[in-house]
Design a protein around this ligand. Structure first.
Ligand code: SF4
Length: 948
């Protein structure tokens, strides 16, 4: 009791590491008695978003159970702090509805009939099927499709060991447009803003409260603000982030790059740009614009050509497009210029993922960094690759020699990631089939647009031969699988993660905390599912064992990558896989461990994270090693090439490594865009999105000079679509929900369980006097959904909004799916491709071992809007353009809350109209896509060429 003082001076924000083996707290339930609880604290990594914050599992010494999760103060990115979703891990692991054993379908697909099966049976069935596919030359019929990865490299290694091109991801419904805009500048497809040291921060959408790298970024944005940085937020919605800002810029959706280019124009015209940086580090000598060729010309003449090129982007023009006042645009441009190299920004989804041409927003935003010289600087815009560390394992298989056109089809040669949301449409067109399909922490029926097309695909055994859903929670997609395989949450699995969340490199180690603790006490487990609840497993061990099942005797050359580096011919354990990397591939870790008399693995198991370096700025300025200069050639623009490949760049008399682009500089002018049929977009540009007001007029048959139909498809309204036209913003996040995985987190659903339609009061009047709570019908191009209105000043006029995350549903009443977060629905196909859903019962209290399920007081699960959206593949980036042009009206007498109707025949027609805008490869030299542009699980170079 001596640690507990009456004056509270014993209170600390985080348990200090020296007390982790016996941390003592008073039991709140026993108050007013002072009863001690003794804990052992074991670190792991949160799995509830991409940020990979450090958790500490509080394991009750008396029961051996995890009582709670708090932040790990030794984690360099999250520094002991968490958002609401981190501690809610406790709900997920104790969820009474969770899947505890591997399940096999025992009725027709989608019938909801399951029987328990065993892990050996699962391994045998999939191992045999995959082996046959590979041996028969059908390796590309094996597909792994991931929602939340939560690890680095291990799946690339696994699929390449199998020799297949089978990695599919969710990225093209998430971030691939922003990625294209960034990578065209500097190869790195993500920014790593140094918010903490910035003087001016510009956020496009709600990064402070819910965005990418949410908690690690939020704390550093606040640090920057407390040190005097100004914050501007560009978002049509008055988010909590915008409410914390010095400037809120409620742009009309899709017009953000017009505003950014107007700011660039101000900086150029007023000579506020960093001329030495632009001269040294951009490829201005490659400019070919408006009849001007920079080769052989002066830098000043190139700047003049740029000024002329952007002459039309006056602040007044930007105001007309966006609604943001011209004088505010000018003022912010000047403040950004004054911040100079300490200007930080972030864009990830929002404008980029909502709009046709959204990738231009990232291109235009990075132009501001280039003009201010804030690329790679303290307080500026750094490159993700500089702030992320991925250690190499003990052996790396060769790149696969195959190319899977279901993933990277010819129509979108510049897409940054797999065209994953078009899989049902590709299979409908007869482009192939999938024999063995793994969905992993992935729920496309619910998260993707056009979910009914996914259901049609998943239930068709000719299209999907065998489907296993690897998932920690029940979900709408798993319902249509053949196997449902329970995978662990944050405290039940191994993964190694690193993210570019601040100016430094670190690794974080997720671990199954109860197994770790019991092994510390001398117990031994062959597999993690033996220490987890039920038979919940982890993917790492699953893939190792599946690889052995595919290649049991090693004859296929697969098994060698899953054998121990220490015990030849024996099956690899995860202690060996991670232990080897920590010993050999993480600079500084062995030394740090040995100072404490620990092995590197013991060190990572003890602390859960390690900071590799803080030396991350200006990596482009590193000198090119002398050996690289021997026999190299220098082009007119300073690019140094060796054996035909660019390797560095001359800056004055010095040879530097530069950026990983063809010119080794920041590519102001993208020759790649010009070479691949998009010459009009070789520079950062603005073009009007598919939801622009001009496009809305065209959809009603009115000509519009404001709209360029070369880049946007026609909208064809269904016959019954009535009401006023609006732009629907469907992708903003609620800070405390996690896509599908929050479905069993009672703390989180208690906070958020509604997704009403946001409507500005002026629009509410226009729509006939709509009031909060009124039932509204929202028509998309393929159907409709019905939900309540929320009339609010927190949204720009002309736009309506509905949050992502809610509207979960289940087709049976009481079993096997999270009842606290889903509505029981009647799902009917009333004609070919015509789907109707009506809620039969929403959330209500229910009896389980957890008394809280009987205390559920909310009665709403929200409305599933995504399923009523058609696919909108951007013709350049391939990203699904999420914003919808919709028609909004008051619901009729036959409409009920949560009603949904979709016609997948119409959705297929929309797909075809968007596909027609793409400009297919091959490109120069018969290439499928440019060799220099990154690709997930990159194949061998030979696979990049289309065979004649
Ligand atoms: S930001 Fe929140 S959900 Fe994401 S990893 Fe950190 S604690 Fe978990």
């Amino acid at each position: 009791m001596s640690d507990f003082k009456r004056d509270g001076s014993h209170l600390v924000s985080c348990a200090p590491v020296q007390k982790w083996d016996d941390w003592v707290e008073l039991d709140a339930q026993s108050w007013p008695k002072r009863v001690e609880k003794h804990y052992q604290l074991v670190p792991t990594i949160c799995f509830n978003c991409e940020s990979a914050c450090g958790l500490l599992a509080y394991i009750n010494k008396a029961t051996g159970e995890i009582d709670k999760f708090e932040g790990n103060p030794k984690h360099p990115a999250s520094r002991g702090r968490l958002c609401a979703k981190g501690p809610a891990t406790i709900n997920q692991i104790h969820d009474p509805d969770r899947i505890l054993y591997p399940m096999k379908r025992s009725g027709p697909r989608g019938s909801g009939k399951w029987t328990r099966t065993s892990w050996p049976e699962v391994l045998e069935e999939f191992g045999g099927r995959i082996r046959r596919a590979i041996q028969q030359g059908r390796g590309n019929e094996v597909m792994y499709h991931v929602g939340r990865p939560g690890h680095d490299f291990i799946m690339d290694r696994t699929l390449q060991a199998w020799g297949i091109d089978g990695h599919n991801s969710h990225t093209n419904v998430c971030s691939s447009s922003a990625r294209l805009g960034y990578l065209l500048w500097h190869y790195a497809d993500r920014p790593s803003p140094d918010h903490a040291n910035a003087r001016f921060i510009l956020l496009l959408s709600a990064h402070l409260e819910s965005g990418h790298y949410f908690n690690p970024h939020a704390q550093r944005i606040i640090e920057g603000k407390m040190a005097g940085a100004k914050l501007a937020v560009m978002d049509p919605r008055l988010s909590n982030t915008a409410s914390m800002a010095d400037y809120w810029l409620p742009t009309y959706p899709g017009t953000e790059s017009a505003v950014l280019l107007a700011m660039a124009k101000v900086i150029l015209d007023e000579n506020r740009f960093d001329a030495p940086f632009v001269k040294n580090w951009t490829n201005w000598q490659d400019l070919e614009i408006d009849g001007f060729t920079a080769k052989g010309q002066s830098f000043e003449s190139a700047i003049e050509a740029l000024r002329k090129h952007y002459a039309g982007f006056t602040p007044q023009f930007a105001e007309k497009e966006s609604g943001v006042k011209a004088e505010v645009i000018v003022q912010i441009a000047r403040e950004i210029a004054a911040a100079g190299s300490r200007f930080a920004s972030h864009l990830w989804r929002g404008s980029a993922s909502g709009n046709l041409g959204g990738w231009q927003t990232a291109r235009a935003l990075t132009l501001l960094h280039v003009l201010t010289g804030s690329v790679g600087t303290e307080g500026g815009h750094n490159l993700n690759a500089w702030n992320k560390f991925v250690p190499k394992p003990f052996s790396v298989p060769p790149a696969q020699k195959q190319w899977n056109e279901l993933l990277y089809p010819r129509e979108w040669p510049l897409c940054t990631h797999e065209m994953s949301f078009l899989l049902p449409h590709f299979l409908k067109e007869g482009r192939g089939r999938v024999d063995a399909y793994f969905t992993r922490v992935f729920n496309p029926v619910w998260t993707y647009p056009d979910g009914f097309s996914w259901i049609e695909m998943l239930r068709d055994e000719d299209k999907i031969g065998l489907h296993a859903a690897l998932t920690p929670t029940w979900n709408e997609t798993a319902w249509f699988a053949d196997y449902v395989l329970p995978m662990g949450f944050s405290s039940e699995r191994h993964d190694l993660m690193s993210q570019e969340s601040y100016a430094g490199q670190w690794i974080g180690f997720r671990q199954p905390v109860k197994r770790v603790l019991r092994e510390r006490a001398g117990e031994r487990f062959e597999y993690t599912y033996q220490a987890n609840p039920g038979e919940v497993w982890e993917e790492d061990e699953f893939w190792i064992n599946l690889s052995w099942a595919i290649d049991p005797d090693g004859a296929m050359g697969i098994r060698q990558y899953f054998e121990s580096p220490y015990r030849p011919g024996q099956k690899l354990t995860l202690d060996e896989y991670y232990g080897w990397m920590f010993e050999h591939s993480v600079p500084g870790l062995p030394e740090a461990a040995s100072k404490e008399d620990l092995t590197p693995l013991e060190y990572m198991r003890k602390y859960g994270a390690f900071e590799v370096t803080r030396d991350v700025y200006k990596q482009n300025e590193k000198p090119l090693p002398a050996a690289m200069l021997a026999g190299a050639e220098v082009a007119f623009d300073g690019t140094i090439s060796k054996d035909g490949k660019p390797v560095g760049v001359m800056i004055g008399d010095e040879a530097a490594v530069g950026y990983n682009t063809p010119s080794r500089k920041l590519e102001l002018f993208s020759k790649t865009m010009a070479d691949w049929n998009w010459g009009a977009f070789a520079l950062p540009e603005y073009y009007r999105s598919h939801i622009h007001q001009g496009a809305q007029a065209v959809s009603l048959g009115e000509p519009s000079e404001d709209f360029d139909a070369r880049y946007a498809p026609a909208v064809v309204w269904p016959d019954d679509a009535q009401g006023e036209i609006y732009t629907l913003l469907p992708i903003f996040r609620l800070p405390n929900l996690i896509h599908t995985r929050s479905g069993n987190a009672k703390f989180l659903y208690e906070i958020s369980h509604k997704n009403p339609l946001w409507i500005n009061p002026s629009d509410a009047r226009k729509l006939g006097g709509v009031r909060t709570g009124d039932l509204m019908k929202v028509h998309t191009e393929i159907g409709y959904f019905v939900l309540h209105a929320w009339v609010t000043e927190g949204l720009a006029p002309g736009v309506v909004a509905c949050s992502h995350h809610l509207g979960r549903w289940r087709v049976n009443q009481d079993e096997q799916i999270e009842r606290m977060s889903s509505a029981w629905v009647d799902l009917k196909e009333i004609g070919k491709g015509k789907w109707k859903m009506r809620q039969l019962q929403s959330v209500k209290p229910y009896e389980t071992d957890d008394p809280d399920t009987n205390r559920i007081w909310w009665g709403d699960a929200g409305v599933h809007q995504n399923i009523t959206f058609p696919v909108h593949p951007d013709p350049v980036s391939g990203m699904h353009c999420w914003h919808q042009m919709v028609r909004v009206e008051k619901a009729g007498p036959d409409d009920r809350y949560g009603d949904i109707f979709v016609d997948t025949n119409l959705s297929f027609a929309v797909y075809q109209r968007w596909k027609a805008l793409a400009r297919p490869g091959p490109g120069p030299g018969g290439l499928r896509r440019p060799l220099w542009i990154p690709r997930a699980v990159r194949p061998d170079e030979s696979a990049y060429y289309i065979e004649k």
